[in-house]
Design a protein around this ligand. Structure first.
Ligand code: SF4
Length: 314
């Protein structure tokens, strides 16, 4: 089964970006070193259950934004040269932890430094829906007026009991309000979702998709639940508190989730990258290619495409 079959059935990010920017683009993950408000007590303590303390940070916060972009540019250039491909344009991705966890006055020079990087194609800002006040919204709006920018907001599930169980520290209404605020300001939003959270099955996954379908999101980034060393969930897993989904269960849920999203919603990711943290479970999550093939196989076998079951568009 060729995973490229997915491209015929799903609105994937790569072709959308290529059309928008007139050629290849690549995200370079930037770390602003702002930490996490769900750990430091600003919004909560303990962090989200699935998130190890390092989150997706790489300690880059000690380098300036310009230095990080220069290093990323060098890596991209040598990768493109090795592959004989055109050099992509850059998107600066403020990704690690919570990228708006500071007053607007402290964020502005960080984002402006990235904006001023020669040849930058755009900015991507990843954050929590409860970490945006009016001055920070104004800052993002001002940036979005001057270069392409999209906002990535973590939700993970549209189910309040799940949000409480994973210690997200915010509810669904908070997420919906942030999406509405962004849309009113003309800022595109990508929702982050995790399939396979403890206590969830097909019913919850489908209703999360139905909810997202009604919000007018530009994109959705899907993750499969991974139990990572150091995350609060690891202790629950070790104690036998839950069993992660098998590959077939995930593929079925992912296919039906996609079928309930509007066809025009851009899918930024189908499967999570295990990253540098140690994966404890499930084993299949270490093999992204297997997961993509399982998803393609399920969608083909059941003749499913993104949007096929979508009944809830804004
Ligand atoms: S997912 Fe984000 S908000 Fe939650 S603990 Fe990790 S860094 Fe903090």
């Amino acid at each position: 089964m060729d995973a490229s079959l997915l491209a015929e059935r799903i609105t994937l990010l790569g072709p959308v970006l290529r059309a928008r920017f007139g050629g290849p683009v690549a995200k370079i993950g930037r770390e602003a070193g702002l930490g996490c408000p769900n750990r430091d007590g600003t919004l909560g303590r303990g962090g989200c259950a699935y998130c190890p303390p390092r989150a997706s940070g790489r300690g880059q916060g000690r380098s300036s934004i310009t230095q990080q972009l220069e290093q990323g540019l060098e890596r991209l250039a040598s990768r493109a040269a090795r592959a004989g491909r055109d050099m992509p344009r850059l998107l600066a991705y403020f990704q690690a932890h919570t990228s708006t966890h500071a007053p607007a006055g402290r964020l502005a020079p960080l984002f402006e430094e990235a904006r001023a990087f020669p040849g930058l194609a755009g900015l991507v800002v990843s954050t929590r829906p409860d970490c945006l006040d009016p001055p920070r919204w104004d800052l993002l709006s001002h940036l979005a007026e001057r270069l392409p920018l999209w906002l990535e907001l973590g939700l993970q599930s549209a189910h309040e009991p799940t949000l409480a169980a994973i210690n997200r520290g915010h509810g669904l209404a908070c997420f919906d309000a942030a999406v509405a605020q962004a849309r009113a300001r003309g800022i595109e939003v990508v929702a982050h979702i995790i399939l396979g959270l403890p206590g969830e099955g097909l019913e919850q996954t489908n209703s999360t998709a139905r909810h997202l379908a009604g919000l007018g999101l530009w994109g959705v980034k899907m993750h499969n639940l991974m139990v990572l060393e150091g995350a609060p969930l690891a202790a629950n897993f070790a104690a036998g508190g839950f069993t992660p989904w098998g590959l077939e269960q995930w593929a079925e849920a992912a296919a039906h989730f996609l079928a309930r999203l509007p066809r025009q919603t851009v899918i930024h990711r189908l499967v999570a990258d295990p990253g540098p943290e140690r994966l404890l479970a499930p084993d299949w999550a270490a093999h992204k290619d297997l997961a993509l093939k399982a998803l393609a196989g399920y969608m083909l076998e059941h003749d499913l495409r993104q949007g096929d079951s979508c009944q809830n568009t804004p």
